[in-house]
Design a protein around this ligand. Structure first.
Ligand code: CTP
Ligand code: MG
Length: 265
């Protein structure tokens, strides 16, 4: 035995300082397009609330050590107790995936506002932030890790993206829903991508984007684009689809059933 003092602290790989990653999960939406019922994030998928699946999907990544859940404005208490009653990490109890802290904060009227409230609640010490829709409960961990990796590699903003299956038309929107709409153009599909979440950011960049951009947007990366910064894509995954309409719930149940079969449940 040598008489060395304490073992040295773990050394990060060269050029790879350890950066801590947090995930903000906006879950404050009502889910109007899904039809009447509980707020979308609280609806069951395979018997477990969609939000719990989404939190697990983030917690399953070794990179993510904190999850901030943005709950419906009047439902933070309910969400807190819901998360307290569900184990966050799947797999065997001895699994070495480590622990993930979870904060719950009340959300706002728009997704943008909810994400901002989640960012405001983020403690210091997290330099990479993922923003992940509660409505994408089945994103595979490899997709999460690929996003984190690209931010670690220096991209200020990263989005998982997939090629489009359908041809897309630009139209002159009809005055009344369902009316005929003249087609204005057919964009070249080969340069279009459908983007998903988690979207990953250098924290300071995302905070600046939320402080600067006030236009209505449907994702966080577009706010970073408005700052004039380059957003890059990594390959998305078909199982990271967003549960939006009733048919998406059918698909999500089927994906989950297939996973459970494959996992030998
Ligand atoms: N979201 C949020 N706060 C809002 C609105 C939306 O945190 N005020 C969240 C949703 O909970 C969801 C994500 O943003 O996880 C993506 O939004 P979307 O799929 O549009 O969900 P909803 O807004 O709930 O659905 P809908 O638009 O059909 O009402
Ligand atoms: Mg919405």
């Amino acid at each position: 035995m040598s008489d060395d003092p304490l073992p040295p602290p773990p050394t990060p790989a060269p050029g790879r300082p350890t950066v801590r990653t947090a995930a903000v999960i906006p879950a404050a939406g009502r889910g109007v397009r899904l039809g009447p019922g509980a707020p979308k994030a609280l609806r069951a998928l395979g018997g477990t609330p969609m939000l719990v699946h989404a939190v697990r999907a983030m917690a399953d990544s070794r990179a993510v050590s904190l999850v901030v859940v943005v709950a419906p404005p009047d439902g933070a208490g309910e969400v807190r107790s819901l998360l307290d009653t569900h184990a966050l990490h799947g797999g065997p109890p001895s699994g070495s995936r480590g622990s993930t802290d979870v904060l719950v904060v009340p959300g706002g009227e728009s997704r943008q506002e909810s994400v901002k409230l989640g960012l405001d609640a983020l403690p210091p010490g997290y330099d990479i932030v993922l923003v992940h829709d509660a409505a994408r409960p089945l994103v595979p961990v490899d997709t999460v890790d690929a996003v984190v990796e690209a931010v670690r590699d220096g991209a200020p903003a990263v989005v998982p993206a997939l090629p489009l299956a359908d041809t897309v038309k630009q139209v002159e929107p009809a005055a009344a829903p369902g009316g005929p709409e003249p087609v204005v153009a057919t964009p070249d599909r080969s340069v279009l991508r459908a983007v998903q979440t988690p979207q990953g950011f250098d924290r300071a960049t995302l905070v600046r984007a939320h402080e600067t951009v006030t236009d209505d947007v449907t994702d966080d990366a577009s706010m970073v684009e408005r700052l004039g910064l380059t957003v890059v894509t990594v390959p998305g995954h078909e199982e990271a689809f967003k549960v939006t309409r009733p048919l998406d719930l059918v698909l999500a149940e089927a994906v989950l059933a297939r996973r459970r079969l494959n996992d030998g449940f």
